[in-house]
Design a binder for this molecule. Structure first.
Ligand code: Q0Z
Length: 305
């Protein structure tokens, strides 16, 4: 079985720069990269053998939406998401809406995480130490509770396994104090913007991760993906509850099915039945529509005309 179901034939014609569970980056030369987002989905850190049609387009369209809305906060790496701007030797109708031509940046060696709610490692660090990445928080906060103010909690970039939260001093050692302060201000401003938009759409943006880099002139630029369900926790606002890990807007339906399937989270994961694929796909399409106000077709049209 191929490790990456759903990968097209383009891959052999461009140099692979980086590969994740779901996305790939290729070198186009000329300081431009091609970011390709697949329809692969992971759960419990394992890539499913079944893809979710249009998931890559939803994630790419969401990133493009946030990039367009936040140029006043920070410039970003997106040059074009139009299929016509993908070099001809790689262009393929199947890539429409799920590829971006981006500027190559010198990426900072930290993940810029912002948390507005206590979840995941933020909740665990708070529960064990009363603080997250050096932010002392009020006593008595509960799991999934909203924080008084969003906090910047940088993490290392792990090649394998999970990113690890680091202290401000460790982050400053990696990027310098000046750059760290800029990265924090940019990341928190981006989170505040996106969280307010999501709230108006009935979605809680519990936390999110940005990747910043520097352009040739040394300016900080937003790279990678932005505020997608793969880089963030999206919670349906009407299901929010304290003292639990709230359901994920996009993946809970899949996790619930996996939980009932008896799968023990060791690879390989089971093939997903058609109704789980459809149900999951509908949740991605719904998140896209709620956040952008458009159907996904509008995005695909924009990329192909
Ligand atoms: C982002 C990553 C992905 C695997 C490299 N504009 C940029 N310039 C330089 N480097 C990057 C970018 Cl976006 C870059 N990553 C993270 C993305 C697959 C890893 F799609 N790695």
């Amino acid at each position: 079985m191929p490790r990456f179901p759903g990968r097209g034939g383009y891959a052999a014609r461009v140099q692979l720069v980086a590969q994740g569970k779901v996305r790939e980056i290729h070198d186009l030369g000329d300081d431009r990269l091609l970011m390709v987002t697949s329809d692969r989905i992971s759960a419990y850190d394992v890539v499913m053998p079944t893809t979710i049609p249009d998931k890559g387009r939803v994630l790419t369209g969401l990133s493009a939406h946030w990039f367009a809305e936040t140029t006043g906060i920070v410039p970003n790496h997106l040059l074009s998401a139009r299929l016509a701007d993908v070099p001809a030797e790689v262009r393929d109708a199947d890539l429409a809406g799920r590829t971006m031509v981006v500027r190559r940046l010198e990426m900072l060696p930290i993940e810029c995480v912002v948390r507005g709610y206590l979840a995941g490692s933020g909740w665990r660090d708070y529960r064990d130490a009363g603080a997250v990445c050096g932010h002392r928080l009020p006593a008595g906060l509960r799991q999934a509770e909203r924080l008084p103010e969003p906090i910047f909690t940088p993490a290392t970039k792990a090649k394998e396994g999970h990113d690890e939260n680091i202290t401000r001093d460790q982050a400053a050692d990696l990027v310098g104090g000046e750059v760290l302060a800029q990265a924090e201000a940019i990341s928190v401003a981006l989170y505040r913007h996106a969280a307010a938009r999501c709230a108006a759409a009935g979605i809680i943006l519990a936390d999110t991760k940005f990747e910043l880099g520097r352009d040739a002139a040394g300016r900080l630029v937003l790279g990678d993906e932005a505020v997608t369900p793969d880089s963030s926790r999206f919670w349906p606002a009407d299901r929010h509850a304290l003292d639990t890990s709230p359901p994920s807007f996009d993946k809970q339906y899949l996790r619930d099915w996996l939980d009932g399937s008896g799968w023990d989270h060791t690879p390989p994961a089971p093939e997903l039945p058609a109704e789980v694929v459809t149900g999951t796909r509908n949740r991605y399409l719904e998140a896209y529509r709620r956040i952008t106000g458009n159907d996904l077709d509008v995005w695909i049209q924009e990329c192909t005309t």
